[in-house]
Design a protein around this ligand. Structure first.
Ligand code: G4F
Length: 354
């Protein structure tokens, strides 16, 4: 008999790829969609539309991760074998402006899932994936793995760390099968437009098509371990296929600065960037034409920054047999190519027919 999965945050990048992956495995997939994710012109809508076209086995439910009663009722009705808790406020910079709602969504939202499973007595029949984050490591020096200290530097990181500990506590106290996936940055053409990789990929294509206004960026020197989201959702699923629940880092194992991402993305369209000036006056110039392509906007800096993330996913490799399949250069190329498709056709062939 086919398995049933419930994905909170199905309208997001990871939710869309995970739904596609699980549908391809014959799962019945139920997804929780926040009311404003389902309305135009929110970008999540296009991800959902793409999915809807593909399967009868997908059911979307309007709801909210912060509504404990409704969530409990929904889980009781769906009777999932697996729950993937991906719903979150995921923009780190926004979490500084909305710290209380970040904790409500990212921490209490997770608690609502754990409590629902416990209250409904589903401890033995449901497996839970909790979307933890490398932001929890914060200022801990690289490389980071499951044993590294957690020193978060944002309300987002703090909220995710509390959720991580709640998951571990429910695992030990009540025997819930709940695994934390500690995921380093993972990108794709489905990434929200205010994350730095998508912002850069989009701007590069716009420059290719005649954009004149420089791209404004913040901290160019932050180091991130960027992988491809589609590779990572397989790791989420693998975590729930193990005998025991556990916690796993998923990462590409390579770190690059934002500056390097910019350089490689422009180099993909044949433009070499020459950096001039310092601090807030620094500019990225087209080495050939002398045109200013990048400027710095102080407003895009965060009150506190995570400087260096580099994951060590050797535990996932050994235990899950998981490895990233898409390298940094390939990721940049596929993001730019899809951005070209989006600008020409209005949408890209992000999701394969499944
Ligand atoms: O793309 P970002 O906004 O991603 P960030 O903050 O690393 O968080 C992402 O990865 C986490 C996993 O480590 C997730 F948990 C989280 O939900 C999210 O998916 O920023 C990446 C870096 C930062 O250092 C930021 O300061 O890029 C720097 N940056 C420079 N200019 C910028 C910009 N970030 C954004 N969003 N926009 C800019 O203009």
């Amino acid at each position: 008999m086919s398995k049933t999965a419930f994905i909170t945050g199905i309208a997001g990048q990871d939710g869309a790829y995970l739904a596609q992956f699980l549908l391809g495995k014959g799962y019945k997939v139920h997804g929780l969609v926040r009311w404003d994710s389902a309305s135009e012109p929110y970008e999540g809508r296009s991800r959902i539309n793409a999915l809807r076209l593909n399967s009868q086995n997908l059911t979307l439910h309007m709801g909210d991760i912060t509504d404990a009663n409704a969530l409990t009722a929904l889980i009781k009705k769906i009777k999932p074998n697996e729950i993937y808790n991906l719903a979150a406020l995921s923009q780190v910079h926004v979490s500084f402006q909305t710290p209380a709602s970040t904790l409500d969504i990212n921490t209490n939202g997770t608690l609502n899932i754990l409590e629902a499973v416990r209250i409904l007595g589903l401890e033995k029949s449901v497996r839970i994936y909790q979307a933890s984050s490398s932001e929890m490591f914060g200022s801990t020096p690289p490389p980071q793995n499951e044993h590294s200290s957690m020193m978060p530097c944002s309300p987002y990181g703090v909220a995710k760390l509390a959720a991580y500990h709640l998951a571990r506590t429910y695992r030990e106290a009540y025997g819930l099968f709940v695994s934390n996936g500690i995921l380093f940055n993972h990108e794709s053409p489905l990434r929200g437009e205010d994350f730095v990789t998508r912002k850069i990929a989009r701007a590069v294509v716009e420059f290719e098509q005649g954009r004149t206004e420089p791209l404004k960026l913040g901290n160019l020197d932050a180091m991130r371990d960027w992988g491809f989201a589609e590779d990572f959702v397989k790791g989420m699923w693998l975590m729930l296929q193990q005998k025991m629940a556990d916690d796993f880092v998923l990462s590409s194992g390579e770190a690059h600065s934002v500056r390097t991402f910019v350089e490689r993305a422009f180099s993909y369209i044949g433009v070499e960037i020459d950096w001039q000036g310092e601090g807030e006056s620094e500019q990225g110039i087209d080495a050939q034409s002398g045109r200013v392509l990048i400027t710095i906007d102080a407003q895009l800096f965060r009150p506190l920054e995570v400087n260096y993330l580099l994951g060590d996913a050797s535990k996932a490799a050994k235990t899950l047999g998981w490895a990233p399949e898409t390298d940094f250069e390939t990721l940049i190329g596929l993001m730019i190519n899809e951005e070209r498709n989006i600008s020409q056709n209005g949408s890209g062939p992000w999701l394969k027919a499944g």
